[in-house]
Design a protein around this ligand. Structure first.
Ligand code: NAP
Length: 312
């Protein structure tokens, strides 16, 4: 059975890069695709201190650079390209890329997830003019400023703490009166006197002028009262949406749009695997993405071997 590739890995975040290392060592003819910069969401993470092997912690960018180097060492190149559509129904999987079509025996979906939008007036209008989801990219623009941050998960709390390096004050607006973030991050945030918590509240509008954000309108969900907060920026971390639109008719997704896999990282379609943030997982970390991909790539290699031996 002739195909252009044995394995196509879609996405070069921690999951895709790990799959690349395993595929390279298994000597599979592999295409590793990334539509943006290799590294995925973790690129914008200032400091990672829960990935083993780096006792002092490591920046997201440095960790991803090291993983990309390791992939290259095993002879896998990372191609900048986008998958437009897929036909995964047969044994030969067909992909339409932005510049050509390609065929492969197996696929690992490692496209990760993107930050969710709030869906309030002003969000799109002021995106890049004070509205942001990336503290490492945009935080330094807010030196000695007042900014708001929205959300109560790990991202919101970790990035809010990072913002206090620059901003003189950060209002952390959360829709409940308890954070979702892990305990150690909560404790650091509570101990940081530049952070003022705005509990039980949602942002209903981002206000500004041509120059950019000037503040937000906040509604207390318990009292129904609204008030305006003055701020120069509005950062949002209200969860993630999986990047699965291109496979929505090709593999089973859960209600949130995440790819459903079993313990072998197999999707509902034979020869198609998913790993990392894009899948239905209880924990989204670099460590879990790496573990998923070690399994996915090993299983994909076995699947390809069986296919070639005529057992599938
Ligand atoms: P998340 O855990 O889903 O948290 C989203 C937060 O936004 C929640 O606090 C949620 O409130 C709030 N929210 C959701 N929709 C909202 C809306 N429309 N308006 C206002 N608030 C809204 O997302 P995340 O923080 O981006 O994290 C994603 C994954 O990455 C998680 O698995 C997380 O553990 C992981 N992560 C880990 C680290 C780390 O280990 N250091 C760092 C970053 C991310 P409720 O709490 O009320 O639901």
């Amino acid at each position: 059975m002739h195909t252009d590739y044995d394995l196509v890995i879609i996405g070069a975040g921690p999951a895709g890069l790990t799959a690349g290392i395993y595929a390279g060592r298994a000597q599979l003819k592999t295409l590793l695709l990334e539509k943006a910069a290799p590294g995925g969401q973790i690129l914008v993470s200032d400091w990672i201190e829960n990935y083993p092997g780096f006792p002092e912690g490591i920046s997201g960018a440095d960790l991803m650079m090291k993983m990309a180097e390791q992939v290259k060492r095993f002879g896998i190149a990372i191609e900048s390209n986008e998958v437009i559509s897929v036909d995964l129904s047969g044994q030969i999987k067909k992909l339409t890329l932005s510049d050509r079509t390609a065929t492969t025996k197996a696929i690992i979906i490692a496209t990760g997830a993107s930050p969710k939008k709030l869906g309030v007036p002003g969000e799109d209008e002021f995106y890049g003019k004070g509205v942001s989801t990336c503290a490492t990219c945009d935080g330094p623009f807010f030196r000695d400023s007042v900014v708001v941050a929205v959300g109560g998960g790990d991202s919101a709390v970790q990035e809010t703490i990072f913002l206090t390096r620059f901003a003189k004050k950060v209002y952390l607006i959360h829709r409940r009166d308890q954070l979702r973030a892990t305990r150690i991050l909560q404790e650091r945030a509570f101990a940081n006197d530049k952070i003022e918590f705005v509990w039980d509240s949602v942002v209903t509008r981002i206000n500004g002028s041509e120059a950019g954000v000037q503040g937000v309108t906040v509604k207390n969900v318990k009292t129904g009262r609204t008030s305006d907060l003055s701020a120069d920026g509005c950062f949002m971390w209200v969860g993630i949406t999986p990047n699965t639109a291109f496979v929505k008719d090709a593999v089973q997704l859960d209600a949130g749009g995440f790819v459903v896999v079993n313990a072998k990282m197999e999707t509902s379609t034979p020869g198609v695997y998913a790993a990392g943030d894009v899948r239905n997982t209880p924990l989204r970390q670099v460590a879990t993405a790496v573990g998923d991909s070690a399994i996915a790539a090993t299983e994909a290699a076995k699947y390809i071997e069986n296919l070639e031996a005529g057992h599938s």
